[in-house]
Design a protein. Structure first.
Lengths: 415, 601
């Protein structure tokens, strides 16, 4: 959603909704579309919209409005038609996963007001936006029923240490935790919630760098990284080491991708390369774990005689950088394509069967242009006054079902 | 060089050398003394720095011990000893290092695995050789690998023995610019630290100096020396051309626990005060020395003048005497040797005047006597025939007229002849007394000599006489000279005739001419009987002759003419080996002679 760039994932499900959603098990569930069907084996998909739904500005959700929203994120090879309460996708090839694809945040349904703001249909509407603060207010007319809480204030771009401070000072009821903060939080008997591994940390290779165009160097770097040490020590065994793009809970075959450090093979590849100039790896200076991981990778890479320097990201270009990518969908094929597209590894591929999914994922991995390192869960800590928190497999925050005790939270942390 | 200048030079050199020697000796001695004081001060400062360095090491040791004794660290050690997860303590080292203000801190297991590292957290699990510090009971230096390079640190280690295997606490402070600047260094001293590395001296590895500070390469020889010897070294480093900017740099090797040279500590101590002080001393020395030299020169002048003035007076008096001022006196009031010398000089001139007067008188008497003798001799010869003739004439008065007339005729003829002879004699004397003044013109002497030889050629080969051979060796291109040709003709003829007279048995007359710088020289030599030394000395004296005939005026006239031409004539001869008359005549004479003429006029 262009108007709220910087926090679309967070707002997904709160302010904006998709036609299709996933339940706790990752199965597809009706969203704004009540039902969907493909009469011709995936060439055409028809989505029947719920009736009586209004955007936060009072306008009705119509098939035209939905089609307008989709026009901002067109699906390659598919044409969009609408009529009545139906939205129809006519595709050139069978798109078995189209409903799952539409569950991704990039296909949120929104309308644009005269002022140019995007409005959604979710349980909360944006009352006010102040830089990195989103003030959400309960949508009294929400089609699934009004949320229990009257308002939610979302603070984005807050570093983990400040979040902990906010939490300790009662300035926040729910915060994100880093993996290394979990143990302390548990020791402090803080309520926590872990999602399934729903976010993958990648080492992204800047292929514009001449020295990294040689796939052998990229492969050597992938082989020499001690993922286990990073997983066990830095991330306190949260999540899982990643050899593939998708976590094991989604595919069941993640163990097929090797993750063990193989220094001897990496050194052989390195020997073939000859002289390699110093390379850099950048990390988000606000994320201490990312920094530690970058430094560990640099240390590992030095073992094959390549001088790698870890640098804090300051907007400048680096040879390698770390990137967290959320699993965009609970559906494996959809998630794989979403990731592939997001990272620009290769064109999306149709993966109707587990075998083809594995083949496509393996092909993406073996480009070594985005080296998966870890699949991490989303960890949150919440106050005791927060009730009825439900975890999403992909880590979205669902405030619609949450209710809170009466003590009010102020900016100053006082009731 | 005059005596006065020589004396002045000697005095000046002696005094200047004395002043310079004293100044140099004072300067060297002062420099030595202050160098020694400076060295003592530097040593004290270095010891002060080393104590400070040791203190900081002890401080690190104490902090490491405090950390090792810390409860949370003890709990960590206990937990790990019971199989706890090391990952839990990944940030423990950073927290402890921050709390205890250590730059380096690592918790290392007994097998050397890093449990937690403050300086490089990502190094967990990597090995740190424990043998390097396991038994260290005091601070030590250690080279620490960091992400951005290598650093030197002052480390201390402490083992925590809570289980079967100890856990080591290895902490330290980085030896960097901040560390050096935090040391309490004495005023005027600053420290550098060179991290020893492979390859040539690298100014970038010099901690404590501005990275791009110029001329840091000047420290390279000192560092190199320490690296080579492993011993302390000292060097004076001149940062600029100004000696006051120089510093005394003491270099000390910094070695690790295994004796490896890890760094070189350089303590620089400014020499500005010392050099400035030496400058001041030198300035004073130069000033005093200069004043001393100036005074020495003045004193030398005065002393030289005092010593040489009487000598100069004597020299001037001698020159005056030489110029003919026989009554010259030297008035020197001194009573020393110079006074005696002046008195002797005055006595000498007095004696010379007296003796000269007597000599002149004697010579005059002798000359008159010689003149009288010569006149008597010359006049006696004609007078005797006159007397005989007159007496004969008187006796013949009684003879018959015819005989008387014949005798009378013969007598008158004889009388007239002798009277004519007397007149000739008198004319010669008259000519000598009235020598004409030279009428100068440019003449070629060679031509004149040739004419004279040609003129006398018949006499050389006169019949009945032994032949005389005439040889001419005339210089080519002999220049013309200013001379009176008639007078010179008379001179050369006289000499040729004399030569002929000297060779009654024949011989050779040799005539030579030479060109000299300002003169020409004419030699007329014969191979005759020669002259004795006495004859040589008196031969130009008027009325002196060694011949039976002649007036003795010939060579006197020759000398007179040559003298009138500003020339000189001398004779060289040995008895039996002929005689050579040597005449020197100036090439140019007109101006001088006219001046003399005017002076005479």
């Amino acid at each position: 959603v262009p108007s709220y760039e910087g926090a679309p994932d967070l707002l997904a499900g709160l302010v904006f909704e998709t036609l299709v959603t996933t339940d706790d098990s990752g199965r597809l569930a009706p969203g704004l579309a009540l039902a969907w069907t493909s009469p011709n084996g995936g060439y055409t998909w028809q989505f029947a919209l719920r009736t009586g739904i209004q955007f936060h500005d009072g306008s009705a959700l119509t098939s035209l409005a939905a089609a307008t929203a989709f026009s901002k994120s067109p699906i390659s090879g598919c044409k969009l038609r609408q009529g009545g309460n139906l939205v129809e996708f006519a595709c050139d090839s069978p798109q078995a996963n189209l409903p799952a694809m539409l569950s991704q945040p990039r296909f949120l349904i929104f309308a644009t007001t005269a002022a140019g703001d995007a409005v959604g249909t979710g349980p909360f509407r944006i009352e006010k936006r102040d830089s990195e603060h989103f003030f959400l207010k309960a949508n009294d007319d929400y089609w699934a029923g009004r949320p229990y809480v009257d308002a939610v204030e979302l603070v984005t771009a807050r570093n983990p240490r400040d979040q902990l401070t906010d939490f300790a000072l009662d300035r926040a009821d729910v915060i994100e935790l880093l993996s290394d903060q979990l143990r302390r939080a548990q020791q402090d008997h803080t309520r926590t919630d872990l999602s399934r591994p729903s976010e993958t940390v990648y080492l992204i290779v800047n292929s514009a760098k001449p020295e990294l165009r040689d796939i052998r160097l990229r492969q050597a770097i992938s082989l020499v990284i001690d993922r286990s040490a990073i997983h066990n020590v830095i991330f306190r065994r949260q999540g899982e080491v990643a050899g593939g793009l998708l976590p094991n809970w989604m595919t069941g075959y993640a163990f097929l991708f090797p993750v063990a450090q193989d220094i001897s093979r990496a050194r052989r590849l390195r020997t073939e390369l000859g002289s390699v100039p110093p390379i850099t790896i950048s990390y988000d200076i606000a994320d201490p774990l990312e920094r530690l991981m970058a430094e560990r990778i640099a240390l590992n890479v030095r073992e094959i005689g390549v001088n790698m320097q870890a640098i804090g990201s300051n907007g400048g270009s680096s040879d390698l950088h770390l990137k967290h990518v959320a699993v965009p969908s609970a559906d494996p094929a959809t998630a794989l394509n979403g990731i592939i597209e997001h990272l620009g590894i290769m064109p999306p591929a149709n993966s109707p069967t587990p075998e083809s999914l594995y083949t496509n994922e393996r092909a993406a991995v073996q480009t070594y242009s985005a080296i998966p390192l870890l699949h991490l869960p989303k960890i949150i800590a919440m106050k005791d006054r927060v009730h009825n928190w439900t975890s999403s497999p992909t880590g979205e925050w669902n405030f619609a079902e949450v209710w809170a005790s009466s003590r009010a939270i102020t900016r100053e942390g006082r009731p | 060089m005059t005596f006065r200048r020589r004396l002045l030079g000697i005095f000046a050199v002696i005094i200047i050398a004395t002043v310079v020697s004293i100044g140099w000796a004072i300067s060297v001695r002062t420099r030595e003394v202050f160098e020694r004081i400076d060295n003592q001060r530097t040593t004290a400062l270095v010891q002060q720095f080393q104590r400070e360095f040791q203190r900081r090491g002890d401080d690190v040791f104490r902090r490491v011990k405090v950390i090792a004794d810390n409860d949370s660290v003890s709990r960590m050690a206990l937990d790990l000893a019971h199989g706890g997860d090391p990952a839990t303590y990944l940030t423990e080292a950073a927290q402890q290092a921050s709390a205890h203000q250590l730059d380096f801190l690592e918790f290392v297991s007994a097998d050397g695995s890093i449990i937690s590292s403050a300086q490089w957290p990502a190094r967990f699990g990597y090995k740190e050789p424990t043998q390097a510090f396991a038994n260290a009971d005091k601070p030590f230096l250690k080279r620490e690998e960091l992400q951005d390079g290598t650093a030197l640190g002052l480390f201390a280690a402490k083992a925590i023995g809570v289980g079967e295997q100890p856990i080591y606490v290895l902490g330290g402070q980085r030896l960097d610019r901040d560390f050096l600047s935090s040391l309490s260094l004495p005023s005027g001293m600053h420290a550098f630290l060179y991290r020893v590395q492979d390859g040539a001296f690298n100014p970038q590895a010099l901690i404590g100096a501005a990275p791009n500070a110029p001329k840091l390469d000047k420290l390279a020889p000192l560092v190199h020396k320490v690296q080579q010897t492993g011993q302390d070294a000292t060097k004076i480093v001149h940062w600029t051309g100004d000696l006051r900017d120089a510093e005394t740099v003491n270099a000390f090797p910094l070695k690790g626990e295994d004796g490896t040279l890890l760094g070189v500590l350089l303590l620089a101590h400014a020499r500005r005060d010392l050099v400035q002080f030496l400058y001041d001393i030198r300035t004073v020395a130069f000033t005093v020395g200069g004043a001393g030299i100036l005074m020495a020169i003045l004193l030398s002048l005065w002393m030289a003048a005092r010593f040489t003035r009487p000598v100069e007076q004597l020299a001037e008096a001698a020159r005056s005497v030489g110029a003919g001022n026989w009554d010259t006196r030297v008035d020197i009031p001194n009573t020393d040797e110079l006074g005696e010398l002046a008195e002797a000089f005055n006595t000498m001139t007095h004696e010379i005047i007296s003796q000269r007067a007597r000599l002149l008188q004697a010579e005059r008497v002798a000359a008159w006597r010689e003149l009288a003798r010569r006149l008597a001799h010359e006049l006696k010869n004609p007078l005797f025939p006159l007397q005989i003739t007159v007496e004969n004439l008187l006796r013949s008065r009684d003879l018959p007229p015819g005989e008387f007339d014949e005798i009378f005729q013969e007598s008158t003829t004889t009388l007239l002849a002798e009277i004519a002879n007397l007149k000739t004699i008198i004319g010669r004397f008259s000519d000598f007394s009235k020598m004409p003044h030279p009428q100068l013109q440019r003449i070629q002497v060679n031509d004149l000599l040739k004419r004279i030889v040609t003129l006398h050629e018949p006499q050389f080969n006169a019949p009945g006489k032994p032949p005389i051979n005439a040889q001419l060796h005339l210089a080519d291109a002999l220049p013309e000279i200013d001379a009176d040709p008639d007078l010179l003709h008379r001179v050369f003829s006289n000499l040729v005739l004399n030569a002929m007279d000297a060779m009654p048995n024949g011989g050779t007359i040799t005539v030579r001419t030479y060109e000299q710088s300002d003169n020409i020289r004419i030699d007329i030599a014969d191979s005759g009987t020669g002259l004795t030394p006495e004859e040589c000395s008196r031969i130009f004296t008027p009325y002196y002759t060694s011949k039976q005939h002649g007036t003795g005026l010939g060579l006197a006239i020759v000398q007179s003419v040559i003298s009138d031409h500003r020339g000189s004539i001398s004779v060289e001869s040995e008895p039996g080996h002929g005689a050579t008359f040597k005449i020197e005549l100036p090439k140019h004479l007109s101006g001088a002679l006219q001046a003399d003429t005017a002076k005479v006029g």
